[in-house]
Design a binder for this molecule. Structure first.
Ligand code: AMP
Ligand code: MG
Length: 408
């Protein structure tokens, strides 16, 4: 058996490099940029007005004041989307809206409040400086300036910036393709069919499919396999053709009807590790092949879930261009927390927002067959055997829902 840290290290050293994808901007939300983006054009692209007002020549109105207004001839209008076709000459002004192109000849904008318009004449009551209220071409950035770095998360703001400068496609890290193979002759589909007395409803398929999507993976296949060596080997072989990660559930223990390990090996996967000194999830199996990984999660729903969050999620996020790591919040133990077993324990805890700091409490039911140990918890803490965490002591909690990391 290896340690949790060794297991993570082995996975990290076998992470494949997946080809980047080029996607339309409309498909890029939530992805990670795999290229560096420089501005293809300046922003603003043209001199435009920052205000509703009048575009004019500063030298025509310099020195004007409320008591000493200067009158200009109104020769047209520049609206947003409908520029003024002519040129502003001596003694002339053009009505202009916010965002509209500054007409040639004009070098300054006077806002509506500082002017009075009547019968084709504009009286300018104030103008403070040349160039006022104009957004000049390139004042935000010039063509060629760096805009977004490789590795940037593409959220709404980043996509807007790309759209604003005319970028239509982006090269991003892929969403790893994941095939889910759920083993167990005892399983009945969770919905649609009655469950016999000797059957177990399959809860891992829906759980892992949701976890895969949440982590940023793309589920390309989900199927159930009976505990049969040939069927398991055939399913792994077929899934390997479509997926970057094969995610198996069940069938990795030492029982006579556990076939996942053998079926992986006959398909040319090489064992990275099997069995980790941890609770829950001891029998976790990890194998690799070319650019493909295989995780054999234990069938117990809680073990499968915790193994997913501790080993598979970092893998998916790393292949999707993010860090190989865990979303962690700092908390203080709300009560004394101890580890009674002999293995390091990934102890499910609930989190409670006390005066500014998260307080963690172990959930009462910790059995690896008890799904309520997950629904009542927000995350888990690693507790070493023979050690404890005193009430009030600082601790780290890996959270199931990453957004908890950011809650202030
Ligand atoms: P295994 O790892 O295949 O030995 O399964 C361990 C335990 O988890 C057994 O009690 C199974 O019935 C249960 N189990 C396995 N697969 C699932 C599943 N997909 N949904 C719910 N329970 C499961
Ligand atoms: Mg089984």
């Amino acid at each position: 058996m290896i340690s949790i840290e060794e297991a993570l290290k082995i996975i990290e050293t076998h992470l494949p490099t997946l080809p980047h994808e080029t996607v339309e901007l409309s498909e890029a939300a939530g992805r990670i940029l795999a290229e560096t983006i420089a501005a293809p054009e300046p922003a603003p692209r043209y001199d435009n007005s920052a205000m509703d007002g009048y575009a004019l020549r500063y030298e025509d109105v310099a020195g004007c004041a409320k008591e000493q207004p200067i009158s200009l001839r109104l020769v047209g209008e520049s609206r947003a989307g409908v520029p003024f076709a002519g040129r502003v000459g001596v003694g002339e002004a053009v009505r202009i809206s916010t965002g509209a192109m500054v007409p040639s000849g004009a070098d300054t904008v006077v806002r509506l409040e500082d002017a009075e318009e009547k019968d084709g004449v504009v009286r300018i009551l104030a103008c403070h400086r040349q160039g006022q209220d104009i957004r000049f071409r390139g004042e935000e950035f010039a063509a060629g300036d760096p805009l977004l770095a490789k590795g940037t998360f593409l959220g709404p703001a980043q996509l807007a910036l790309c759209a604003a400068v005319g970028i239509e496609r982006l090269t991003v890290y892929p969403r790893p393709r994941i095939a889910l193979l759920v083993t167990g002759t005892e399983l009945a589909p969770a919905a649609g069919t009655p469950v016999a007395a000797h059957q177990i409803r399959d809860s891992n398929t829906i759980m892992l499919a949701a976890a895969v999507r949440e982590a940023g993976g793309r589920l390309v296949l989900a199927r159930h396999i009976d505990d049969d060596p040939e069927a398991t080997a055939a399913a792994i072989g077929a899934a390997a053709e479509q997926a970057d990660i094969l995610l198996c559930s069940g069938g990795v223990s030492v029982g006579r009807h556990d076939h996942v390990k053998e079926a992986a090996l006959v398909n040319g996967f090489r064992q990275g590790f099997w069995r980790i000194r941890q609770k829950p999830g001891k029998p976790l199996f990890f194998a690799y092949q070319d650019h493909r990984l295989l995780f054999g999660l234990p069938g117990n729903p809680v073990s499968a879930f915790i193994c997913f969050f501790h080993y598979v999620r970092p893998t998916v996020t790393a292949l999707a261009g993010r860090a190989f790591g865990h979303p962690v919040v700092k908390a203080v133990a709300g009560t004394e927390i101890s580890c009674r077993g002999r293995r390091p324990t990934l102890l499910r805890v609930s989190l409670d927002k006390g005066e500014g700091a998260w307080r963690a409490f172990p959930v009462t039911r910790q059995g690896s067959h008890m799904l309520t140990s997950l629904t009542t918890a927000q995350g888990y803490a690693l507790v070493q055997p023979g050690t404890g965490i005193a009430a009030g002591e600082q601790m780290k909690v890996v959270v199931f829902n990453q957004t908890l990391c950011c809650e202030g």
